[in-house]
Every structure is written in C-alpha cells, then in structure tokens.
Design a protein around this ligand. Structure first.
Ligand code: NAI
Length: 272
C-alpha cells in the first residue's frame, strides 16, 4: 500500500457498486478516509464495511439539496473537513428496462429523470463542495462524465446531453474557483465501456450476452471492456497532490475509442 492520499477526507457518490465502489476502495488503499454515499443503503453499507474502519456509509440522493446539506454537515462534524469530492452517481435511464431514449421518441419525464441525477446531482455536489472547501481554500472535485458527453448517442439522448453538460460545468467550476483565488481544482474523467452493473440491462443474461459484449467494444481499439479499477487509478491521481497543477482538465479512459477510426493499412510498396 502506498499513501498518495494520506490524511485526506473524501466523499464519493454512487459508491455502493461499480466505479464508485472501486474509487472508494482505491482511496482507502492510498490512505484516505472515505464516506461512501448512495441511495442503495444495503449495498452501500456492505461496501463500506468491506473497506474497514477508514470508511463509513451515509445515504445521499444526489438529486436532493437537503441530502447534500446533511451529508456535508456530517463530514465536517465527524471528519473535520472535506478534501475530495467525487461526483460519480449516474444513471443511463435503462435501469428499470429498455425504454426509448432517442430524440424522436423519448418521454419528457425520462429525459428529466436522467438530467436530475446526472446533471442536477453534479451541480449540487460541486456547490456543496466549494462551500465546504472554502475555509481551507483547497480541495479536489472530480466529476465522472462519459465518452457519451463528447459524441452524440442516438439511442441515449438524455444520457449524452447530461454528460456533455457535466463536461462544461466542470470547466466552469474550475475557472470559478481559480477566479476566487481558491486552490479548489475541478477535473472530469470520461470513461467508456467499463464493465459494471450499469451494463446489465443492455447486455442481458441470455445466450446473446457474449455477442452483445463484443458488439459494444467493436469500435474499441483495445477490443475489451475496461475495469472499474482502471478508472479509480485516474481518480487517485486527480485527488492527490500529484495533480496540483491540473484543473478544468478532461481525462479520457476509453480503450482508445475517441482517438478516431483506424484506417486500414495500405501497402505502399517496397521502401528505399
Ligand atoms: P452503476 O449503475 O454500476 O452504479 C451507479 C451507482 O449510483 C449505484 O450504486 C446507484 O445506486 C447509484 N445511484 C443512482 N442514482 C443515484 C442517486 N440519485 N443518488 C445517489 N446514488 C445514485 O454505474 P457505474 O457504471 O459504476 O457508473 C458510475 C458513473 O460512471 C456514472 O456516472 C456513469 O454514468 C459513469 N460512466 C460509466 C461508464 C461505464 O461504462 N460503466 C462509462 C461512462 C461513464
């Protein structure tokens, strides 16, 4: 165990499973104290217990301003200050089954539900963190956006729109904090195709699961899904003092998907 986050106090949203849980684990492994938050209390409690005495669970629905007030007040009272916030909680809109999310057929209620978690949640989180970090004048806010926030996604319009807005808001927060003379950094991570429970409704558990998995990573130069731990490694770097000169940055972790489309090699004949 190294101690790149020794003594730091972190709060991670959506930490009951998937990428959030992996980030919480990596933070603890690097010497931080972590407050895991989620709306799935049973899974959140269990995840915190697995991490031992450096972790605890607190319910926090990222859509609710009152929940944010309560959670941050709890951190300031129990842990004394907040150094790192990871706005990780996010939904695709497909959690209860596949429904239309294309620009022609999506329901307004479904569009709003995705933005309430993915965008309102990040706005409320950044606001709460700036207020909590202002007394010390420093901290690291990490927003989990998505590759889907950098390109259009015909079948997941609300998700793509919400993540594009997270990309922009992260830069606004970074510039605002700098303008205020605060060493509060705000950066965003853009993952793609990370194998977590989020994918279950899209992959299913039938005989076609393997084929669907291959289809989802067909455009990925590395030809595989990423692991939550691989995203957590980036979060550790941004949370630690190693990233003290990074703010407003975008870190893409997508197996090379956004690098472009590989053109077939052309045989140009013998080289002199
Ligand atoms: P997941 O679905 O496995 O876990 C999400 C967690 O967020 C769950 O524990 C859930 O209970 C919690 N959550 C949902 N709504 C919440 C709310 N209102 N308040 C608090 N917690 C809530 O998802 P995964 O894959 O771990 O994703 C984490 C983040 O990474 C999300 O923002 C997602 O959009 C983003 N992401 C994931 C990618 C992937 O391929 N898995 C790719 C790109 C981005």
């Amino acid at each position: 165990m190294s101690e790149r986050m020794k003594g730091k106090i972190a709060l991670v949203t959506g930490a009951a499973r998937g990428i959030g849980e992996a980030i919480a684990r990596a933070f603890v492994d690097e010497g931080a104290r972590v407050v895991l938050t989620d709306i799935d209390d049973a899974a959140g409690q269990a995840a915190a217990e697995r991490l031992g005495s450096a972790a605890r669970y607190q319910r926090l629905d990222v859509r609710e301003a009152d929940d944010w007030d309560e959670a941050i007040e709890g951190v300031l009272t129990n842990e004394g200050r907040l150094d790192v916030l990871v706005n990780n909680a996010g939904i695709t809109g497909f959690e209860q089954g596949m429904v239309a999310h294309d620009p022609e057929h999506a329901e307004l209620a479904d569009w709003r539900a995705v933005h309430a978690t993915n965008l309102d949640g990040v706005f409320l989180g950044c606001r709460a963190a700036i207020r909590a970090m202002r007394p010390s004048g420093q901290g690291s806010i990490i927003n989990i956006a998505s590759r889907s926030g950098q390109v259009g996604i015909p079948g997941a319009a609300a998700y793509a729109s919400s993540k594009a807005a997270v990309r922009n808001h992260s830069k606004t927060v970074a510039l605002y904090c700098a303008e205020q003379g605060l060493a509060i950094r705000c950066n965003a991570i853009f993952p793609a195709a990370i194998l977590t429970p989020m994918w279950e409704p899209m992959l299913g558990d039938g005989p076609e699961r393997e084929a669907r998995m291959a289809e989802f990573v067909a455009d990925c130069p590395l030809r595989r899904f990423g692991r939550p731990e691989e995203v957590a490694a980036l979060a550790v770097m941004l949370a630690s003092d190693e990233a003290s000169y990074m703010t407003g940055a975008e870190l893409i972790i997508d197996g090379g998907m956004l690098a472009g489309t590989a053109t077939p090699s052309v045989d140009l004949g013998p080289k002199e």
